[in-house]
Design a protein around this ligand. Structure first.
Ligand SMILES: Nc1ncnc2c1ncn2[C@@H]1O[C@H](COP(=O)(O)OP(=O)(O)OP(=O)(O)O)[C@@H](O)[C@H]1O
Ligand SMILES: Nc1ncnc2c1ncn2[C@@H]1O[C@H](COP(=O)(O)OP(=O)(O)OP(=O)(O)O)[C@@H](O)[C@H]1O
Ligand SMILES: [Mg+2]
Ligand SMILES: [Mg+2]
Lengths: 271, 271
Protein backbone atom coordinates (compact mmCIF):
# COMPACT_ATOMS: atom_id res chain seq x y z
CA UNK A 1 0.00 0.00 0.00
CA UNK A 2 1.32 3.39 -0.98
CA UNK A 3 0.55 6.76 0.53
CA UNK A 4 0.44 9.30 -2.34
CA UNK A 5 0.32 12.95 -1.27
CA UNK A 6 0.24 16.16 -3.31
CA UNK A 7 1.77 19.07 -1.40
CA UNK A 8 -0.05 21.99 -2.91
CA UNK A 9 -0.71 25.66 -2.38
CA UNK A 10 -1.19 28.07 -5.25
CA UNK A 11 0.39 30.80 -3.13
CA UNK A 12 4.09 31.07 -3.69
CA UNK A 13 6.86 30.82 -1.16
CA UNK A 14 4.79 29.19 1.58
CA UNK A 15 7.02 26.18 2.29
CA UNK A 16 5.87 23.46 -0.14
CA UNK A 17 9.33 22.48 -1.33
CA UNK A 18 10.98 22.81 2.07
CA UNK A 19 8.27 20.54 3.50
CA UNK A 20 8.43 17.93 0.72
CA UNK A 21 12.21 17.62 0.85
CA UNK A 22 12.64 17.56 4.62
CA UNK A 23 9.61 15.40 5.29
CA UNK A 24 10.86 12.93 2.67
CA UNK A 25 14.29 12.67 4.27
CA UNK A 26 12.84 12.42 7.78
CA UNK A 27 10.53 9.59 6.68
CA UNK A 28 13.49 7.90 4.97
CA UNK A 29 15.44 8.21 8.24
CA UNK A 30 12.67 6.12 9.79
CA UNK A 31 13.69 3.37 7.36
CA UNK A 32 10.91 3.92 4.83
CA UNK A 33 10.98 4.25 1.03
CA UNK A 34 9.86 7.66 -0.29
CA UNK A 35 9.61 8.97 -3.85
CA UNK A 36 9.67 12.72 -4.51
CA UNK A 37 8.16 13.87 -7.81
CA UNK A 38 9.20 17.45 -8.62
CA UNK A 39 6.31 18.88 -10.64
CA UNK A 40 7.60 22.46 -10.46
CA UNK A 41 9.49 23.89 -13.46
CA UNK A 42 11.42 26.00 -10.94
CA UNK A 43 12.99 22.64 -9.94
CA UNK A 44 13.57 23.77 -6.35
CA UNK A 45 13.05 20.31 -4.83
CA UNK A 46 15.55 18.97 -7.36
CA UNK A 47 18.09 21.68 -6.42
CA UNK A 48 17.38 21.28 -2.73
CA UNK A 49 18.26 17.59 -2.92
CA UNK A 50 21.57 18.43 -4.60
CA UNK A 51 20.67 17.56 -8.21
CA UNK A 52 21.44 19.99 -11.04
CA UNK A 53 18.31 20.30 -13.22
CA UNK A 54 20.48 21.33 -16.18
CA UNK A 55 22.32 18.03 -16.14
CA UNK A 56 19.38 15.70 -15.68
CA UNK A 57 18.87 13.08 -18.41
CA UNK A 58 15.30 12.11 -17.67
CA UNK A 59 12.65 14.13 -15.86
CA UNK A 60 8.95 14.77 -15.25
CA UNK A 61 8.90 16.48 -18.63
CA UNK A 62 9.85 13.29 -20.46
CA UNK A 63 7.01 11.56 -18.68
CA UNK A 64 4.53 14.07 -20.04
CA UNK A 65 5.78 14.05 -23.65
CA UNK A 66 4.06 12.45 -26.59
CA UNK A 67 4.82 9.61 -26.55
CA UNK A 68 6.09 9.55 -22.99
CA UNK A 69 9.56 8.29 -22.26
CA UNK A 70 9.20 5.50 -19.72
CA UNK A 71 11.43 5.75 -16.70
CA UNK A 72 10.66 3.69 -13.63
CA UNK A 73 14.25 2.53 -13.83
CA UNK A 74 15.49 6.07 -14.25
CA UNK A 75 14.35 7.45 -10.92
CA UNK A 76 17.38 8.99 -9.16
CA UNK A 77 18.24 7.51 -5.78
CA UNK A 78 19.19 10.67 -3.89
CA UNK A 79 19.31 9.48 -0.27
CA UNK A 80 19.72 6.17 1.52
CA UNK A 81 19.52 5.46 5.27
CA UNK A 82 19.56 1.75 6.04
CA UNK A 83 16.30 0.43 4.63
CA UNK A 84 15.17 4.00 3.99
CA UNK A 85 15.41 5.56 0.54
CA UNK A 86 14.55 8.84 -1.13
CA UNK A 87 13.98 8.56 -4.86
CA UNK A 88 13.55 11.60 -7.08
CA UNK A 89 11.82 12.21 -10.37
CA UNK A 90 13.52 15.54 -11.11
CA UNK A 91 12.10 18.62 -12.76
CA UNK A 92 13.51 20.63 -15.62
CA UNK A 93 12.59 24.17 -16.58
CA UNK A 94 11.21 22.95 -19.94
CA UNK A 95 8.24 21.48 -18.16
CA UNK A 96 6.84 24.99 -17.84
CA UNK A 97 5.64 24.40 -21.39
CA UNK A 98 3.66 21.46 -20.06
CA UNK A 99 1.50 23.94 -18.11
CA UNK A 100 0.00 24.95 -21.44
CA UNK A 101 0.67 22.15 -23.92
CA UNK A 102 -1.16 19.68 -21.79
CA UNK A 103 -4.26 21.77 -22.20
CA UNK A 104 -5.28 20.02 -25.40
CA UNK A 105 -4.67 16.50 -24.32
CA UNK A 106 -6.83 15.13 -21.56
CA UNK A 107 -4.96 11.91 -22.22
CA UNK A 108 -1.83 13.43 -20.78
CA UNK A 109 -3.52 13.64 -17.41
CA UNK A 110 -3.22 9.87 -17.50
CA UNK A 111 0.50 9.74 -18.17
CA UNK A 112 1.76 10.71 -14.77
CA UNK A 113 -0.83 8.37 -13.24
CA UNK A 114 0.40 5.46 -15.34
CA UNK A 115 3.98 6.11 -14.30
CA UNK A 116 2.93 6.25 -10.65
CA UNK A 117 1.06 2.95 -11.02
CA UNK A 118 4.25 1.48 -12.42
CA UNK A 119 6.43 2.48 -9.45
CA UNK A 120 3.98 2.24 -6.55
CA UNK A 121 5.20 -1.19 -5.55
CA UNK A 122 8.70 0.23 -4.96
CA UNK A 123 7.75 3.07 -2.61
CA UNK A 124 5.57 3.37 0.46
CA UNK A 125 5.28 7.16 0.21
CA UNK A 126 5.06 9.29 -2.93
CA UNK A 127 5.23 13.09 -2.52
CA UNK A 128 4.37 15.52 -5.33
CA UNK A 129 5.96 18.97 -4.99
CA UNK A 130 3.49 21.22 -6.81
CA UNK A 131 4.23 24.57 -8.44
CA UNK A 132 2.56 27.70 -7.02
CA UNK A 133 -0.43 27.63 -9.33
CA UNK A 134 -3.65 25.79 -10.05
CA UNK A 135 -2.46 24.97 -13.56
CA UNK A 136 -1.99 21.66 -15.28
CA UNK A 137 1.11 20.47 -13.47
CA UNK A 138 -0.65 20.84 -10.12
CA UNK A 139 -3.82 19.29 -11.54
CA UNK A 140 -1.76 16.31 -12.71
CA UNK A 141 -0.49 15.91 -9.17
CA UNK A 142 -4.04 16.10 -7.81
CA UNK A 143 -5.21 13.52 -10.34
CA UNK A 144 -2.55 11.05 -9.20
CA UNK A 145 -2.58 11.54 -5.45
CA UNK A 146 -5.03 10.23 -2.87
CA UNK A 147 -4.28 13.04 -0.42
CA UNK A 148 -3.52 16.72 -0.37
CA UNK A 149 -1.42 18.39 2.31
CA UNK A 150 -1.34 22.18 2.31
CA UNK A 151 1.85 23.86 3.55
CA UNK A 152 1.05 27.41 4.60
CA UNK A 153 1.98 30.29 6.84
CA UNK A 154 -0.28 31.39 9.66
CA UNK A 155 -0.81 34.85 8.17
CA UNK A 156 -4.05 36.68 7.39
CA UNK A 157 -3.27 37.00 3.68
CA UNK A 158 -2.37 33.29 3.53
CA UNK A 159 -5.87 32.40 4.74
CA UNK A 160 -7.34 34.28 1.80
CA UNK A 161 -6.16 31.70 -0.69
CA UNK A 162 -7.28 28.61 1.20
CA UNK A 163 -10.91 28.83 0.08
CA UNK A 164 -9.96 28.78 -3.59
CA UNK A 165 -7.56 25.92 -2.98
CA UNK A 166 -10.20 23.78 -1.32
CA UNK A 167 -12.63 24.60 -4.12
CA UNK A 168 -10.12 23.31 -6.65
CA UNK A 169 -9.57 20.11 -4.71
CA UNK A 170 -13.32 19.64 -4.57
CA UNK A 171 -13.65 20.13 -8.35
CA UNK A 172 -10.89 17.65 -9.09
CA UNK A 173 -12.45 15.30 -6.57
CA UNK A 174 -15.78 15.44 -8.35
CA UNK A 175 -14.26 15.26 -11.79
CA UNK A 176 -11.14 13.23 -12.14
CA UNK A 177 -10.30 11.66 -8.77
CA UNK A 178 -13.11 10.85 -6.40
CA UNK A 179 -10.74 9.44 -3.78
CA UNK A 180 -8.98 12.75 -3.22
CA UNK A 181 -8.92 13.89 0.42
CA UNK A 182 -7.36 16.88 2.11
CA UNK A 183 -5.45 15.40 5.02
CA UNK A 184 -4.44 18.68 6.48
CA UNK A 185 -2.18 21.68 6.80
CA UNK A 186 1.50 21.90 7.71
CA UNK A 187 2.26 25.27 9.29
CA UNK A 188 5.50 26.65 7.91
CA UNK A 189 7.75 29.57 8.88
CA UNK A 190 5.78 29.77 12.09
CA UNK A 191 6.22 32.73 14.44
CA UNK A 192 4.88 30.92 17.47
CA UNK A 193 5.28 33.82 19.86
CA UNK A 194 2.76 36.04 18.18
CA UNK A 195 -0.90 36.37 18.92
CA UNK A 196 -1.55 36.86 15.19
CA UNK A 197 -0.24 33.41 14.34
CA UNK A 198 -2.25 31.86 17.17
CA UNK A 199 -5.43 33.55 15.96
CA UNK A 200 -4.92 32.30 12.41
CA UNK A 201 -4.22 28.77 13.66
CA UNK A 202 -7.36 28.88 15.81
CA UNK A 203 -9.37 30.02 12.77
CA UNK A 204 -8.03 27.08 10.79
CA UNK A 205 -8.69 24.53 13.54
CA UNK A 206 -12.23 25.83 14.04
CA UNK A 207 -12.88 25.63 10.31
CA UNK A 208 -11.72 22.02 10.15
CA UNK A 209 -13.67 21.11 13.26
CA UNK A 210 -16.87 22.53 11.77
CA UNK A 211 -16.23 20.58 8.57
CA UNK A 212 -16.35 17.18 10.24
CA UNK A 213 -19.36 15.17 9.18
CA UNK A 214 -19.85 17.32 6.07
CA UNK A 215 -19.56 15.73 2.66
CA UNK A 216 -16.42 17.60 1.66
CA UNK A 217 -12.88 16.37 0.88
CA UNK A 218 -11.52 18.18 3.96
CA UNK A 219 -13.92 16.67 6.46
CA UNK A 220 -11.08 14.72 8.03
CA UNK A 221 -8.44 17.45 7.79
CA UNK A 222 -6.26 18.56 10.70
CA UNK A 223 -3.46 20.96 11.43
CA UNK A 224 -0.29 18.86 11.69
CA UNK A 225 1.70 19.16 14.88
CA UNK A 226 4.05 20.77 15.59
CA UNK A 227 4.11 23.92 13.47
CA UNK A 228 7.49 24.28 11.77
CA UNK A 229 9.14 27.31 13.29
CA UNK A 230 10.90 29.92 11.25
CA UNK A 231 14.57 28.91 11.31
CA UNK A 232 17.12 30.41 8.90
CA UNK A 233 18.93 27.05 8.67
CA UNK A 234 15.99 25.77 6.61
CA UNK A 235 16.68 28.51 4.04
CA UNK A 236 20.43 27.90 4.06
CA UNK A 237 20.33 24.13 3.54
CA UNK A 238 19.15 24.26 -0.12
CA UNK A 239 22.18 26.33 -1.12
CA UNK A 240 24.31 23.33 -0.22
CA UNK A 241 21.99 20.81 -1.88
CA UNK A 242 21.31 19.39 1.57
CA UNK A 243 18.25 18.57 3.60
CA UNK A 244 18.09 19.99 7.10
CA UNK A 245 19.11 16.62 8.53
CA UNK A 246 22.44 16.86 6.71
CA UNK A 247 22.94 20.56 7.23
CA UNK A 248 21.99 21.05 10.90
CA UNK A 249 20.35 17.93 12.25
CA UNK A 250 19.48 19.22 15.71
CA UNK A 251 18.39 22.77 14.91
CA UNK A 252 14.76 23.76 15.62
CA UNK A 253 13.79 23.32 11.95
CA UNK A 254 15.12 19.75 11.96
CA UNK A 255 13.37 18.96 15.23
CA UNK A 256 10.08 20.25 13.91
CA UNK A 257 10.18 18.40 10.59
CA UNK A 258 11.28 15.23 12.36
CA UNK A 259 8.27 15.54 14.67
CA UNK A 260 5.86 16.23 11.80
CA UNK A 261 7.28 13.20 9.96
CA UNK A 262 6.71 11.05 13.01
CA UNK A 263 3.03 11.95 13.32
CA UNK A 264 2.68 11.62 9.53
CA UNK A 265 4.08 8.07 9.54
CA UNK A 266 2.35 7.06 12.80
CA UNK A 267 -1.09 8.02 11.49
CA UNK A 268 -0.42 5.93 8.38
CA UNK A 269 0.79 2.93 10.35
CA UNK A 270 -2.27 3.21 12.56
CA UNK A 271 -4.61 2.55 9.64
CA UNK B 1 6.47 64.23 -14.36
CA UNK B 2 5.30 60.89 -13.02
CA UNK B 3 7.34 58.03 -11.65
CA UNK B 4 5.68 54.78 -12.79
CA UNK B 5 7.02 51.62 -11.15
CA UNK B 6 6.02 47.97 -11.56
CA UNK B 7 6.74 45.97 -8.41
CA UNK B 8 7.27 42.52 -9.82
CA UNK B 9 8.58 39.12 -8.89
CA UNK B 10 7.14 35.93 -10.35
CA UNK B 11 7.95 34.16 -7.08
CA UNK B 12 5.07 34.23 -4.69
CA UNK B 13 4.98 35.56 -1.18
CA UNK B 14 8.16 37.63 -1.42
CA UNK B 15 6.77 40.97 -0.25
CA UNK B 16 5.44 42.70 -3.38
CA UNK B 17 2.09 43.73 -1.93
CA UNK B 18 3.48 44.62 1.49
CA UNK B 19 6.06 46.84 -0.22
CA UNK B 20 3.60 48.52 -2.61
CA UNK B 21 1.07 49.35 0.11
CA UNK B 22 3.50 50.54 2.77
CA UNK B 23 5.77 52.40 0.38
CA UNK B 24 2.69 54.13 -1.09
CA UNK B 25 1.49 55.29 2.32
CA UNK B 26 4.97 56.36 3.41
CA UNK B 27 5.37 58.43 0.23
CA UNK B 28 1.90 59.91 0.80
CA UNK B 29 2.96 60.84 4.35
CA UNK B 30 5.71 62.91 2.72
CA UNK B 31 2.90 64.94 1.14
CA UNK B 32 3.04 63.32 -2.31
CA UNK B 33 0.29 61.90 -4.54
CA UNK B 34 0.55 58.15 -5.19
CA UNK B 35 -1.68 55.82 -7.24
CA UNK B 36 -1.70 52.08 -6.51
CA UNK B 37 -2.91 49.83 -9.33
CA UNK B 38 -3.73 46.35 -8.06
CA UNK B 39 -3.04 44.03 -10.99
CA UNK B 40 -3.31 40.86 -8.91
CA UNK B 41 -6.58 38.86 -9.02
CA UNK B 42 -5.80 37.85 -5.43
CA UNK B 43 -6.59 41.53 -4.65
CA UNK B 44 -4.24 41.58 -1.65
CA UNK B 45 -3.24 45.22 -2.07
CA UNK B 46 -6.94 46.09 -2.25
CA UNK B 47 -7.64 44.12 0.96
CA UNK B 48 -4.55 45.47 2.65
CA UNK B 49 -5.77 49.04 2.10
CA UNK B 50 -9.11 48.18 3.67
CA UNK B 51 -11.22 47.82 0.51
CA UNK B 52 -13.48 44.80 -0.01
CA UNK B 53 -12.88 43.48 -3.55
CA UNK B 54 -16.36 41.91 -3.53
CA UNK B 55 -18.02 45.29 -3.14
CA UNK B 56 -15.99 47.26 -5.65
CA UNK B 57 -17.94 48.88 -8.50
CA UNK B 58 -15.11 49.54 -10.88
CA UNK B 59 -11.75 47.82 -11.08
CA UNK B 60 -8.71 46.92 -13.17
CA UNK B 61 -10.88 44.30 -14.84
CA UNK B 62 -13.27 46.92 -16.23
CA UNK B 63 -10.27 48.71 -17.67
CA UNK B 64 -9.25 45.62 -19.58
CA UNK B 65 -12.70 44.75 -20.94
CA UNK B 66 -13.87 45.20 -24.48
CA UNK B 67 -14.73 47.98 -24.73
CA UNK B 68 -13.03 49.25 -21.61
CA UNK B 69 -15.03 51.10 -19.00
CA UNK B 70 -13.32 54.44 -18.49
CA UNK B 71 -12.63 55.38 -14.92
CA UNK B 72 -10.16 58.09 -14.13
CA UNK B 73 -12.89 59.62 -11.99
CA UNK B 74 -13.57 56.29 -10.34
CA UNK B 75 -10.20 55.80 -8.69
CA UNK B 76 -10.78 55.24 -4.96
CA UNK B 77 -9.14 57.75 -2.64
CA UNK B 78 -7.99 55.42 0.15
CA UNK B 79 -5.62 57.63 2.15
CA UNK B 80 -5.05 61.34 2.64
CA UNK B 81 -2.31 63.09 4.63
CA UNK B 82 -2.26 66.84 4.07
CA UNK B 83 -1.23 67.25 0.44
CA UNK B 84 -0.45 63.55 0.27
CA UNK B 85 -2.91 61.10 -1.27
CA UNK B 86 -3.09 57.38 -1.99
CA UNK B 87 -5.44 56.49 -4.82
CA UNK B 88 -6.34 52.91 -5.65
CA UNK B 89 -7.46 51.12 -8.78
CA UNK B 90 -8.72 47.98 -7.05
CA UNK B 91 -8.54 44.40 -8.22
CA UNK B 92 -11.31 41.84 -8.42
CA UNK B 93 -10.90 38.09 -8.66
CA UNK B 94 -12.54 38.10 -12.12
CA UNK B 95 -9.43 39.62 -13.57
CA UNK B 96 -7.80 36.20 -13.34
CA UNK B 97 -9.64 35.59 -16.62
CA UNK B 98 -7.69 38.50 -18.07
CA UNK B 99 -4.50 36.44 -17.67
CA UNK B 100 -5.78 34.32 -20.55
CA UNK B 101 -8.37 36.34 -22.43
CA UNK B 102 -5.90 39.06 -23.14
CA UNK B 103 -3.83 36.55 -25.01
CA UNK B 104 -5.66 37.16 -28.27
CA UNK B 105 -5.75 40.88 -28.17
CA UNK B 106 -2.48 42.73 -28.39
CA UNK B 107 -4.63 45.82 -28.36
CA UNK B 108 -5.54 45.21 -24.78
CA UNK B 109 -1.93 45.78 -23.85
CA UNK B 110 -2.67 49.35 -24.78
CA UNK B 111 -5.72 49.76 -22.57
CA UNK B 112 -4.01 49.98 -19.24
CA UNK B 113 -1.45 52.31 -20.83
CA UNK B 114 -4.18 54.62 -22.10
CA UNK B 115 -5.77 54.78 -18.68
CA UNK B 116 -2.41 55.58 -17.11
CA UNK B 117 -1.83 58.35 -19.64
CA UNK B 118 -5.21 59.75 -18.66
CA UNK B 119 -4.42 59.93 -14.93
CA UNK B 120 -0.70 60.69 -14.95
CA UNK B 121 -1.25 64.39 -14.42
CA UNK B 122 -3.02 63.67 -11.10
CA UNK B 123 -0.29 61.53 -9.50
CA UNK B 124 3.43 61.88 -9.06
CA UNK B 125 3.94 58.18 -8.34
CA UNK B 126 2.12 55.21 -9.85
CA UNK B 127 2.80 51.75 -8.36
CA UNK B 128 1.68 48.51 -10.04
CA UNK B 129 1.29 45.55 -7.68
CA UNK B 130 1.95 42.56 -9.94
CA UNK B 131 0.70 39.00 -9.46
CA UNK B 132 3.28 36.26 -8.87
CA UNK B 133 3.62 35.25 -12.49
CA UNK B 134 5.07 36.38 -15.80
CA UNK B 135 1.60 36.27 -17.38
CA UNK B 136 -0.38 38.97 -19.09
CA UNK B 137 -1.33 41.03 -16.06
CA UNK B 138 2.33 41.43 -15.11
CA UNK B 139 3.27 42.08 -18.74
CA UNK B 140 0.63 44.82 -18.85
CA UNK B 141 2.26 46.41 -15.84
CA UNK B 142 5.68 46.17 -17.48
CA UNK B 143 4.30 47.72 -20.67
CA UNK B 144 2.99 50.74 -18.76
CA UNK B 145 5.79 51.36 -16.29
CA UNK B 146 9.14 53.04 -16.81
CA UNK B 147 10.77 51.20 -13.91
CA UNK B 148 10.76 47.82 -12.26
CA UNK B 149 11.50 47.28 -8.58
CA UNK B 150 11.94 43.70 -7.42
CA UNK B 151 10.89 42.87 -3.85
CA UNK B 152 12.66 39.72 -2.74
CA UNK B 153 14.01 37.77 0.19
CA UNK B 154 17.73 37.24 0.65
CA UNK B 155 17.47 33.46 0.35
CA UNK B 156 19.35 31.09 -1.97
CA UNK B 157 16.17 29.81 -3.65
CA UNK B 158 14.97 33.40 -4.15
CA UNK B 159 18.11 34.15 -6.19
CA UNK B 160 17.24 31.31 -8.56
CA UNK B 161 14.31 33.19 -10.01
CA UNK B 162 16.03 36.53 -10.53
CA UNK B 163 17.71 35.52 -13.79
CA UNK B 164 14.40 34.63 -15.43
CA UNK B 165 12.83 37.83 -14.15
CA UNK B 166 15.55 40.01 -15.64
CA UNK B 167 15.30 38.09 -18.91
CA UNK B 168 11.58 38.90 -19.05
CA UNK B 169 12.18 42.56 -18.37
CA UNK B 170 14.78 42.57 -21.12
CA UNK B 171 12.34 40.96 -23.59
CA UNK B 172 9.61 43.45 -22.78
CA UNK B 173 12.16 46.21 -23.00
CA UNK B 174 13.19 45.13 -26.48
CA UNK B 175 9.64 44.49 -27.60
CA UNK B 176 7.00 46.71 -26.15
CA UNK B 177 8.66 49.28 -23.90
CA UNK B 178 12.18 50.39 -24.66
CA UNK B 179 12.27 52.79 -21.72
CA UNK B 180 11.91 50.04 -19.15
CA UNK B 181 14.66 50.02 -16.50
CA UNK B 182 15.20 47.91 -13.43
CA UNK B 183 15.80 50.40 -10.66
CA UNK B 184 16.61 47.83 -8.05
CA UNK B 185 15.68 45.38 -5.35
CA UNK B 186 13.86 45.90 -2.05
CA UNK B 187 14.94 43.28 0.47
CA UNK B 188 11.91 41.97 2.34
CA UNK B 189 11.47 39.78 5.41
CA UNK B 190 15.16 40.27 6.07
CA UNK B 191 16.93 38.22 8.73
CA UNK B 192 19.80 40.64 9.15
CA UNK B 193 21.61 38.63 11.79
CA UNK B 194 22.40 35.72 9.56
CA UNK B 195 25.48 35.18 7.47
CA UNK B 196 23.30 33.52 4.80
CA UNK B 197 21.34 36.70 4.21
CA UNK B 198 24.54 38.75 4.07
CA UNK B 199 26.06 36.39 1.51
CA UNK B 200 22.99 36.60 -0.71
CA UNK B 201 22.95 40.40 -0.45
CA UNK B 202 26.65 40.53 -1.33
CA UNK B 203 25.98 38.30 -4.36
CA UNK B 204 23.25 40.69 -5.49
CA UNK B 205 25.34 43.81 -4.99
CA UNK B 206 28.28 42.28 -6.84
CA UNK B 207 26.02 41.28 -9.71
CA UNK B 208 24.64 44.82 -10.02
CA UNK B 209 28.09 46.34 -9.76
CA UNK B 210 29.36 44.15 -12.58
CA UNK B 211 26.36 45.15 -14.69
CA UNK B 212 27.21 48.84 -14.71
CA UNK B 213 28.24 50.05 -18.13
CA UNK B 214 26.62 47.05 -19.82
CA UNK B 215 23.75 47.60 -22.21
CA UNK B 216 21.13 45.93 -20.03
CA UNK B 217 18.00 47.30 -18.34
CA UNK B 218 19.54 46.67 -14.88
CA UNK B 219 22.77 48.51 -15.49
CA UNK B 220 21.72 51.19 -13.02
CA UNK B 221 20.11 48.88 -10.47
CA UNK B 222 20.86 48.96 -6.75
CA UNK B 223 19.80 47.25 -3.58
CA UNK B 224 17.57 49.72 -1.74
CA UNK B 225 18.54 50.64 1.78
CA UNK B 226 17.68 49.62 4.40
CA UNK B 227 16.51 46.02 4.02
CA UNK B 228 13.02 45.61 5.50
CA UNK B 229 13.41 43.39 8.53
CA UNK B 230 11.08 40.54 9.30
CA UNK B 231 8.48 41.99 11.68
CA UNK B 232 5.21 40.21 12.42
CA UNK B 233 3.38 43.54 12.62
CA UNK B 234 3.71 43.78 8.83
CA UNK B 235 1.76 40.52 8.51
CA UNK B 236 -0.86 41.60 11.05
CA UNK B 237 -1.66 44.99 9.56
CA UNK B 238 -3.48 43.65 6.44
CA UNK B 239 -6.00 41.78 8.59
CA UNK B 240 -7.19 45.16 9.82
CA UNK B 241 -7.14 46.75 6.37
CA UNK B 242 -4.36 49.03 7.64
CA UNK B 243 -0.93 50.01 6.47
CA UNK B 244 1.90 49.65 8.98
CA UNK B 245 1.78 53.41 9.63
CA UNK B 246 -1.76 53.07 10.96
CA UNK B 247 -1.23 49.77 12.71
CA UNK B 248 2.11 50.27 14.48
CA UNK B 249 3.80 53.41 13.23
CA UNK B 250 7.05 53.09 15.16
CA UNK B 251 7.67 49.35 14.90
CA UNK B 252 10.79 48.16 13.01
CA UNK B 253 8.74 47.38 9.87
CA UNK B 254 7.38 50.92 9.80
CA UNK B 255 10.83 52.42 10.36
CA UNK B 256 12.29 50.37 7.54
CA UNK B 257 9.57 51.18 4.99
CA UNK B 258 9.69 54.84 5.96
CA UNK B 259 13.45 54.84 5.34
CA UNK B 260 13.11 53.04 2.00
CA UNK B 261 10.42 55.55 1.00
CA UNK B 262 12.72 58.41 1.88
CA UNK B 263 15.58 57.17 -0.33
CA UNK B 264 13.03 56.33 -3.04
CA UNK B 265 11.62 59.89 -3.06
CA UNK B 266 15.02 61.56 -2.57
CA UNK B 267 16.53 59.84 -5.59
CA UNK B 268 13.57 60.99 -7.67
CA UNK B 269 13.77 64.57 -6.43
CA UNK B 270 17.49 64.58 -7.18
CA UNK B 271 16.88 64.04 -10.90
N1 LIG C 1 10.62 27.34 8.46
C1 LIG C 1 11.37 28.10 7.65
N2 LIG C 1 12.24 29.00 8.17
C2 LIG C 1 12.98 29.80 7.38
N3 LIG C 1 12.95 29.80 6.04
C3 LIG C 1 12.12 28.94 5.45
C4 LIG C 1 11.28 28.03 6.20
N4 LIG C 1 10.57 27.27 5.33
C5 LIG C 1 10.93 27.68 4.10
N5 LIG C 1 11.86 28.68 4.16
C6 LIG C 1 12.45 29.42 3.04
O1 LIG C 1 11.41 30.24 2.51
C7 LIG C 1 11.47 30.26 1.07
C8 LIG C 1 10.17 29.68 0.49
O2 LIG C 1 10.06 28.31 0.86
P1 LIG C 1 9.74 27.17 -0.23
O3 LIG C 1 10.61 27.31 -1.44
O4 LIG C 1 9.75 25.86 0.45
O5 LIG C 1 8.24 27.57 -0.60
P2 LIG C 1 7.37 27.05 -1.83
O6 LIG C 1 5.97 27.11 -1.40
O7 LIG C 1 7.85 25.72 -2.32
O8 LIG C 1 7.69 28.14 -2.93
P3 LIG C 1 7.22 28.10 -4.46
O9 LIG C 1 5.80 28.52 -4.44
O10 LIG C 1 8.12 29.10 -5.13
O11 LIG C 1 7.41 26.70 -4.95
C9 LIG C 1 12.71 29.46 0.69
O12 LIG C 1 13.80 30.36 0.54
C10 LIG C 1 12.92 28.55 1.88
O13 LIG C 1 14.27 28.16 2.02
N1 LIG D 1 8.93 42.14 6.58
C1 LIG D 1 7.93 41.28 6.83
N2 LIG D 1 7.83 40.70 8.05
C2 LIG D 1 6.85 39.79 8.32
N3 LIG D 1 5.91 39.40 7.46
C3 LIG D 1 5.95 39.96 6.22
C4 LIG D 1 6.93 40.93 5.85
N4 LIG D 1 6.69 41.29 4.55
C5 LIG D 1 5.62 40.59 4.16
N5 LIG D 1 5.15 39.78 5.17
C6 LIG D 1 4.04 38.82 5.09
O1 LIG D 1 4.47 37.76 4.23
C7 LIG D 1 3.39 37.33 3.39
C8 LIG D 1 3.77 37.55 1.92
O2 LIG D 1 3.94 38.94 1.67
P1 LIG D 1 3.23 39.65 0.43
O3 LIG D 1 1.78 39.27 0.34
O4 LIG D 1 3.55 41.10 0.49
O5 LIG D 1 4.04 38.97 -0.77
P2 LIG D 1 3.67 39.00 -2.31
O6 LIG D 1 4.96 38.87 -3.05
O7 LIG D 1 2.81 40.17 -2.65
O8 LIG D 1 2.81 37.67 -2.46
P3 LIG D 1 2.00 37.21 -3.77
O9 LIG D 1 3.04 36.63 -4.67
O10 LIG D 1 1.04 36.17 -3.26
O11 LIG D 1 1.36 38.43 -4.35
C9 LIG D 1 2.17 38.13 3.81
O12 LIG D 1 1.43 37.36 4.76
C10 LIG D 1 2.77 39.38 4.45
O13 LIG D 1 1.91 39.96 5.40
MG1 LIG E 1 8.40 25.13 -4.23
MG1 LIG F 1 1.00 40.25 -3.64
Amino acid sequence: LTRTVAFMNQKGGVGKTTTVVNLAHAVCEQGRRVLVVDLDPQAHATLHLGVDPESVEWSVYDLLLDPPVAGSDRVLKVREEGTGVVGLVPAVTDQAAAEHELADEADRMGRLARFIDGVKHEYEFIFFDCPPSLGLLTLNGLACAKEVIVPMQAHFLALQGVGKLLETVQLVGQGVNDQLRVSGVVLCMHDEQTRHAREVVDDLKTFFKESRGLDVPWSGARVYDPPVRRNIKLAEAPSFGETIFEYAKWCPGAQDYRAVAKSFVDEWDAL
